[in-house]
Design a protein around this ligand. Sequence first.
Ligand code: UDH
Ligand code: NGS
Length: 369
Amino acid sequence: MASPEPSVNFNLLHRTCKLVVVLCFLHISVTVFFYVRSLDIRFAFVQNQQSRDANDTATGKATATGTIGSTGAAQPPPEAQAGGQAKDEPAAAAAGKSLKKCPETSPLLVGPLRVEFNVPVSLDDVRKANPQVGPGGRYKPKDCQALQKVAVVIPFRKRDEHLKFWLYYLHPILQRQQLDYAVYVINQDGEETFNRAKLLNVGYAEAMKDYDFDCLVFSDVDLIPMDDRNVYKCFSQPRHLSVSMDKFGFRLPYKQYFGGVSSMMKDQYLSINGFPNNYWGWGGEDDDIYNRLASKGMSISRPSGEVGKCRMIRHERDKQNDPNPQRFDRIAHTRETMSKDGIKSLSYKLVAKETLALYTKITVDIGKP
Ligand code: UDH
Ligand code: NGS
């Protein structure tokens, strides 16, 4: 007699298998559903990051203070949602609490940059690309307290095309460097012989009337850094920043070279009585500054050759800036002259001070040789 048991067993096995298959299907569906959803979120995050990055390039705004929801909108971090301790910095600022200090190295830096001068730029474009830069070319980070207050001083006369490129490249860089900065263009009035170092002294004097800057960056108008890790700030020793220029084959032309772009803390600058006022025409004033620093026992700090790469905008020699025949004699006597000639003996006539959208323009009569 045939027993019914095998058929019962078979039916049971059949049903169990069906159940397992259904469960597997359910499991796979749920997994696929959540996987696709997570892709969606990641995609939204990337898109959002990109637009934030583009915006941050212009604004220098710190990123990633919250999480990104499926809508792509920034949301408070989980701790804040749960009523935890996470700090929302802008809210802290709004509540009158002091901001925390910016980090030693800005997280916004991107490293090597492409720098080209073949397409002209307009001031209008630069303004639009830098909405966070205030009148006079001033900026400070919103989300943290900048480590230094920096006045960037540019000696100037009739180099408007170069200035546009300088503003176009430098404003985004300086914002990413999380500096509290302002740009001063010191325009020599009239047609007399150019005097770079005296204009830089005027820049110091005029900038200090506006704000308690603790660092001065002195930059030629035609020099653009090729790496934003070359931070336009001050160090424990005076800094030479344009160490690796294209026109010198990306090398330092000589060990004492201090031309182009340099920076000094206010007290370093004052300890050498500022810069010489009597170098009229091209050459030697940067060597005199180097001599001043060396005579006070200071050394020159520099970025690496890689980080210090920069491009110079090619140009012809300017009118009224021929090589100064007295420069060799003058640099041979820096030690004797520096206490008498410098910021303490500076005299000039302020012709105009204009607070423009991207910089402060100081037009000045500095006399003649
Ligand atoms: N500068 C002006 N206007 C002038 C002269 C100088 O704005 O008429 C400023 C400007 O910021 C410039 C800086 O001063 O970058 C230094 O000027 P410089 O002439 O000493 O140095 P630069 O490197 O030129 O600009 C060196 C001479 C190049 C000769 C090239 C011949 N092909
Ligand atoms: C030196 C000049 C510096 C000048 C440097 C680079 O010879 O002022 O060349 O010049 N010193 C003297 O003349 C004493 S550059 O090639 O950039 O025009 O900065």
